[in-house]
Write a protein that binds this ligand. Structure first.
Ligand code: HEM
Length: 362
């Protein structure tokens, strides 16, 4: 066992001895140095769900030299993302993420501080979300039109799109002299990474899961198709104005996000100072995993949790939205570090799936 393993225990021992701080959470035993790593298997979300069944709403697990605390209940998630959000809103990026994001210069892996605040403000308040959406809308329209052998596209005749470019928006910010909003080239690249990598992989994964669930549940597929015929009509393509009226598709997407959250532990957080969760001691620097996978399938919270039942959201669609205010349902996270792209993600998901289903017979 190396010093990293020993030190928290030693320092805790002296403090517990003097009755200053509570114990660490319970958790499975691991091996010296490598901790619990050899027992994780390949499906970490299932293993961590299984451990929640054994150790309850909070447990610790050593992954190599890293102390991880896994939180498995809505009330303890609230302690992390609401009651103590300022302490727990740092990230704990692995080396690979730091290498990919220019040392954590982006929003997702940046520590909570001036860089995050500036980029987050630009992203949430100033980014031309509509233009980014229309850019993806154009790509999809063209793909579907090609698929339908139609020549009526939104291209300008030269094969290029007429849309204003969001890259141009970022480059203009780079040229600004105003320190409050101007950004460096590294920040431009980091923001693009968040949009292109963070935004596209998650959205593509969710589109695949929705299609897979609908193909397994033909009654739900029939209802979505009926709704599309009613709202869009049989001879037209799906447009952005149709999206808010597609209520059944909305609950299909919500139910899919419950069963298959794109990030089953969200993006791990890290306390900036030692704290407690659920009465247990959590040292500064611990990796905090919020186990959305287990919470979304907890039979104490959900009736028939493993079944695909979009109707469970139908009577109360606004209670379970993506805002992260109800800690039983947080596919996009919650608190200060909630997904910065929710409006875009919601529109893109609904638009892509609606267009596929309306234009192609599966
Ligand atoms: C279905 C699609 C998506 C899902 C399921 C999703 C989910 C998430 C989740 C779970 C987090 C972590 C939240 C937390 O730690 O509390 C996150 C963070 C983030 N997402 Fe998304 N996301 C999606 C699409 C997008 C899109 C389209 C964009 C941008 C174009 C985006 C940008 C971000 C950014 C920048 C963060 C980091 C926020 C921060 O650390 O402050 N996401 N997302």
């Amino acid at each position: 066992m190396n010093m990293n393993h020993i030190f928290p225990y030693f320092s805790r021992f002296t403090q517990v001895f003097h009755k200053v701080i509570p114990p660490l959470p319970p958790g499975p035993r691991g091996l010296p140095i490598i901790g619990y790593l050899p027992f994780l298997g390949t499906e970490h979300h299932r293993k961590f769900e299984e451990l929640a069944g054994v150790y309850g709403p909070i447990y610790k697990v050593w992954l190599g030299q890293k102390l991880c605390v896994v939180v498995n209940s809505p009330s303890l998630v609230k302690e992390v993302v609401r009651d103590q959000d300022t302490i727990f809103c740092n990230r704990d990026p692995p080396i690979a993420a730091l290498a990919a994001t220019f040392g954590g210069a982006d929003i997702a892996f940046s520590s909570y501080g001036p860089n995050w605040r500036k980029l987050h403000k630009i992203f949430v308040r100033e980014m031309p979300i509509k233009e980014i959406f229309q850019w993806s809308e154009n790509i999809l329209d063209t793909a579907i039109e090609k698929r339908m052998n139609s020549n009526e596209g939104k291209e300008d005749g030269t094969g290029k799109f007429e849309q204003k470019d969001f890259l141009q928006f970022l480059l203009e910010l780079k040229e600004k002299n105003d320190t409050a909003t101007s950004i460096s080239m590294t920040q431009v690249k980091a923001l693009l990474l968040d949009i292109m990598v963070g935004g596209s992989e998650t959205t593509a994964t969710m589109v695949e899961w929705v299609m897979a669930e609908l193909m397994q549940h033909l009654e739900a597929m029939r209802k979505v198709n009926e709704e599309l015929t009613e709202i869009v009509g049989s001879d037209s393509l799906v447009e952005e104005s149709h999206l808010p009226k597609l209520h059944y598709l909305d609950v299909v997407i919500k139910e899919t996000c419950r069963l298959h959250p794109a990030l089953p532990f969200l993006v791990p957080r890290c306390p900036s100072q030692s704290s407690t969760i659920g009465g247990y001691y959590v040292p500064k620097g611990t990796r905090i995993l919020l186990n959305v996978w287990a919470i979304h399938k907890d039979p104490k919270i959900w009736e028939n949790p493993l079944e695909f039942q979009p109707e469970r959201f139908l009577n109360n669609p606004s209670k379970f939205d993506f805002s992260g205010n109800d800690f039983k349902y947080i596919p996009f996270g919650s608190g200060r570090r909630i997904c910065a792209g929710i409006p875009l993600a919601e529109r893109t998901l609904t638009y892509t799936i609606a267009s596929f289903l309306h234009s192609i017979e599966f």
